[in-house]
Design a binder for this molecule. Structure first.
Ligand code: BGC
Length: 249
């Protein structure tokens, strides 16, 4: 079965039909610029444009970089503040005329990794961390997602973790990969102390193979630590998968 997956990011909104039998994109990805300011109404229109591009008639799964609980967005750290309390499932459904299920972007990437990527055969405690503009998290206990964990906002000695060691923080502070890894190691130590995961999957912008080789050797964890293999497409794939398996009936 194919489901349309849409990944909403700060600069681009990307969508593609996903073949859920193998987690592959069934058609070429379609990307449009995220409208600015990225208000719910403008983004909803963009979601409608993506559905129209594919002449889509079935279910849609969509990511949002926010806590999304029962179809309603509750936070907006790196997105426009007007998302808070927006009924996103209903808004996107109204703009597409189709059933839309929205979930947190890191949760979507995690769902994709568990279904088709590094977490595929894992039944233990798996933590996905997406590191880019912010830090997102997705926690799985016996393959079951604990949604909206928001571990990117853990406190590290009085500092918000994502402000301290996201990829944006690395660029903002002009850090070498080694210097950034030293900061990220503090974060990993904290996460391991609190949750004792068996496997940590690193996703987001830093999971590209060209980047992984620059910092992986500086990190050490008790858990197995691996880069995500689905990279850029994880949001699209996970959103589509979740629309099929996690959307309310
Ligand atoms: C947001 C999360 C999101 C993460 C990655 C954080 O700032 O609070 O909801 O998953 O960024 O985009």
């Amino acid at each position: 079965m194919n489901v349309l997956g849409i990944d909403i990011g700060g600069t681009g909104i990307k969508g593609a039909p996903v073949d859920l039998s193998d987690g592959k994109l069934a058609e070429e990805r379609y990307r449009i610029q995220t409208p600015q300011p990225a208000t719910p109404q403008k983004v909803a229109k963009a979601v409608g444009r993506i559905a129209a591009h594919f002449e889509w008639k079935g279910p849609i799964g969509c990511t949002l970089p926010a806590r999304v609980q029962h179809g309603v967005a509750h936070t907006a750290t790196n997105i426009h503040r007007t998302w808070i309390d927006t009924a996103v499932d209903d808004l996107f459904s109204a703009h597409t005329g189709l059933p839309v299920h929205v979930l947190n972007d890191a949760d979507a990437a995690g769902v994709a990794s568990m279904a088709y990527g590094a977490g595929k055969d894992r039944d233990d405690l798996v933590l996905m961390l997406t590191v880019g503009t912010g830090i997102g998290s997705a926690l799985f206990v016996h393959r079951q997602l604990v949604p909206n964990t928001e571990l990117g906002h853990l406190d590290l000695n009085g500092r918000n973790a994502e402000l301290f060691c996201s990829d944006r923080a690395r660029k903002r502070d002009g850090l070498s990969w080694k210097q950034w890894a030293k900061r990220f190691q503090v974060y990993l130590d904290t996460v391991e102390f609190l949750f004792a995961p068996d496997l940590i999957i690193l996703g987001g912008g830093i999971s590209r193979p060209s980047k992984v080789q620059k910092y992986m050797r500086y990190l050490s964890t008790a858990a197995e630590l691996v880069p995500a293999v689905l990279e850029n497409e994880a949001g699209i794939i996970g959103a589509a998968y979740a629309a099929r398996t996690m959307a309310p009936a």
